[in-house]
Design a protein around this ligand. Structure first.
Ligand code: SF4
Length: 719
């Protein structure tokens, strides 16, 4: 390296794939980004988003100082002024109405930071509010709930063992664009190609011919929201043709006979007319899953964001169990992250929901939170327990949650709002105070969430590349100061006191006396690693800039099971009841035109549209319409169309394409950067339209409270 140029390695924090990046750094800026070819997990893979890592940190619109709203304008202030404003705004509300008068929303990027993983839970506890909402009820809560009932813990999520499977059935997943979700797999496309190269197959079920579907051995179109019917048809076939074989799982599963009874109503001929997958192919899939040496069923966003989301997620793993593919190499397996320990023995308290209910709609709590689909109700509806103040951490619910137009209006009526966020965006424009954390290059990184979902066990820690911005504040300190404010210790209390108390508690709990690390998050990580499954330390990870490979996934049943019985409980009563509801839905009339979302490789929800390299070129925010529907509705390619649902309406440019099946239209999510008061210069030039103006907050998956974002009935006409 010349002239002070150096190379730095770090894990990309932008999506769940956890790729290793090799960064060229000169003069205090990142001058080059490429995949780290020596990284133990990603082996040089990088996507266009990771390649813009430097662009994000250099974004001139990224906030570097706190902002306070004065006279309708956001102005920069000192940190002391900002925290004093939080104290003045929040404390009177808490003292008058109590902690539940403050709602919190946690966005997806929270799980991509160490501070989010370590300090948000203590903040919510200090607030003492049950009005906790997050992106989990936008797109993934059904998987937590189904795993909670099946395995006893909502965090016991099995992932497809991509590197060893012979047959993969994917539903509602598009990893060629998303790079995977609830399955951390850097170079997901490469791992899919490798299945084919070793003589295996992968099949995609999706209402759209996605890029993943194009590369698949087979693509089956399916009516949006009907995956549960297809999957029950497969279960029916497995029983009817004597293909059920639990193998090693036999002594660890209960409810197989009950399952056979539930599946009787869902013969392939019966469900075929609902989901539009031929009965012969449903039978064929069941036979392939049963006959393959190893096989895995993997469902993602499209299977969660529907009315029967939890039932669908449950059926995915039911099939993995019935074919003997749960917890065996080449099937679906439970990762074991370096900061976690295996359980001493199977069995536990199990999983339950509804420990409390939302005030207005009476929706049950799930995993400590309420459905974000009812957030606007809680803000708008007067009475005891009304939400009067709002805290967001790394979230943009005005673009990402159902009927977001209503939420946008509701936020304008709050008494006080504070946001921990690097952007003045469509949501934080409502905030009285915005507290921006340091950029990703200025803080350490370890994936608490995604290493527990990785398709191969590994660990990596990335130290900061640059010193903190002068006048910037680390997110651990920001969250610690908020904890101190809401717990009544004042705006000027020293966050170090809280950091030390948290560390002492972690050491006491784990019995780890030794600790190293420069920052509070690093020290907590070090304690967790030392107590973890592999006995690593932070120093071990610092010494391994390309990560530490911990080997292929290992069987974890029965130890991983936390159900009261210590077994896989296949037929928990809530799911049995939901299966009856699905049976009744067999005779529902088919809806007319329905809307689904879609994903693009250069986009990640709502927050990466301000990077020029990611949004350049042809607009991707189009309404995809099948040629037959376009003809019938007199819609022309490139022309605007008016789209209306129960929740709202918008105008979008039509793209006529046979990538969507007849009767289905598709808009990407995360767009709509045209609100006043936003500081996203690049995004505002290409605002797109917000698909969540059309999604309906009144329709949810009842077991998980998850939003229904796919299969929204719409009417369309030329604009
Ligand atoms: S796939 Fe995800 S983790 Fe990998 S480079 Fe792209 S954004 Fe980063």
């Amino acid at each position: 390296m010349v002239d002070g140029t150096r190379t730095a390695y770090r894990t990309c924090p932008l999506c769940e794939a956890a790729c290793g990046l090799e960064l060229t750094v000169a003069g205090g800026v990142i001058t080059g980004v490429r995949g780290d070819r020596e990284h133990v997990f990603s082996r040089g893979f990088i996507c266009p988003k990771g390649a813009t890592f430097g662009g994000l940190s250099g974004d001139p619109d990224r906030l570097r100082r706190p902002m306070v709203r004065r006279g309708g304008e956001h102005v920069e202030v000192s940190w002391d002024e900002a925290f004093a404003a939080v104290q003045d705004g929040l404390r009177p509300i808490i003292e008058t109405y109590g902690g539940p008068a403050v709602a919190a929303y946690l966005g997806n990027p929270n799980v991509h930071t160490m501070a989010g993983g370590l300090y948000v839970t203590p903040l919510l506890k200090a607030l003492g509010t049950r009005n906790v909402f997050s992106a989990s009820t936008v797109d993934q809560m059904p998987k937590h709930v189904s795993c909670g009932y099946l395995f006893g813990s909502p965090l016991a999520i099995p992932v497809p063992d991509l590197d060893r499977t012979d047959f993969l059935l994917m539903l509602g997943a598009n990893p060629w664009e998303s790079n995977g979700s609830l399955a951390t797999a850097a170079d997901f496309p490469g791992r899919l190609r490798a299945i084919q190269a070793r003589g295996g197959r992968f099949v995609v079920v999706d209402p759209r011919r996605t890029r993943t579907a194009e590369h698949a051995d087979e693509h089956l179109f399916i009516r949006p929201g009907t995956d549960a019917f297809l999957l029950f048809g497969i279960v029916h076939t497995l029983f009817a043709e004597g293909l059920v074989d639990l193998g090693r799982l036999m002594p660890y599963a209960q409810g197989v006979d009950d399952l056979e009874g539930l599946a009787r109503a869902f013969a392939p001929e019966r469900v075929s007319g609902v989901c539009d997958v031929p009965a012969g192919r449903i039978r064929g899939l069941a036979r392939e899953l049963a006959a393959a040496p190893t096989a895995a069923v993997y469902g993602r966003i499209g299977t969660c964001t529907v009315e029967f989301g939890t039932l669908t997620s449950w059926l995915v793993d039911v099939i993995n169990v019935l074919t003997g593919n749960l917890d065996r190499p080449g099937g679906v397996m439970f990762p074991l992250a370096a900061h976690l320990r295996p359980n001493a023995e199977p069995g536990g308290k199990g999983f339950t929901t509804g420990r409390w209910h939302s005030r207005v709609r009476g929706l049950p709590e799930v995993k400590g939170e309420l459905p974000v689909a009812t957030l606007a109700d809680e803000i708008e509806t007067p009475g005891d327990g009304q939400v009067r103040a709002f805290l967001t951490v790394a979230g943009n619910p005005v673009l990402s949650t159902p009927n977001s137009g209503r939420l946008d209006r509701a936020l304008a009526g709050l008494d006080f709002m504070v946001s921990v966020d690097p952007y003045l965006n469509e949501t934080t424009r409502h905030a009285d105070v915005i507290l921006p954390p340091l950029d990703a290059t200025q803080k350490g990184h370890y994936d608490f969430s995604f290493l527990a979902l990785a398709v191969r066990n590994f660990a990596s820690y990335s130290p900061p590349i640059f010193p903190a911005d002068p006048g910037g504040m680390d997110e651990c300190d920001i969250l610690a100061r908020l904890i101190l404010i809401v717990s009544g210790q004042g705006a000027s209390a020293d966050p170090a006191v809280l950091h030390d108390a948290m560390l002492a508690r972690a050491q006491q709990k784990s019995g780890q006396a030794e600790v190293s690390g420069d920052g509070p998050a690093e020290r907590l990580l070090d304690v967790a690693l030392r107590a973890g499954a592999y006995g690593l330390s932070l120093d071990d990870l610092v010494a391994a800039p390309h990560g530490v490979d911990l080997g292929p996934l290992q069987p974890r049943i029965p130890e991983v099971l936390r159900t009261p019985s210590g077994l896989i409980e296949l037929c928990a009563p809530p799911l049995v009841a939901e299966a009856a509801r699905l049976r009744a839905a067999l005779d529902r009339p088919r809806p007319g035109l329905v809307l689904i979302g879609r994903r693009h490789l250069r986009s990640n929800n709502s927050w990466m549209h301000n990077v020029p390299a990611l949004v350049k070129g042809r607009s991707r925010c189009t309404l995809q319409v099948h040629p037959a529907d376009a003809d019938r509705l007199s819609l022309a390619d490139g022309q605007p169309a008016a789209v209306t649902s129960r929740a709202g309406s918008l105008s979008a440019v039509v793209e006529v394409t046979d990538r969507v099946m007849p009767g289905v239209v598709s808009l990407p999510h995360g767009w709509g950067h045209d609100r006043p008061g936003v500081r996203l210069g690049v995004a505002a030039d290409r605002p797109g339209v917000n698909s969540n103006l059309l999604t309906d907050e009144l329709v949810i998956d009842p077991l998980s409270g998850n939003a229904v974002l796919n299969g929204i009935p719409v009417e369309i006409k030329p604009a």
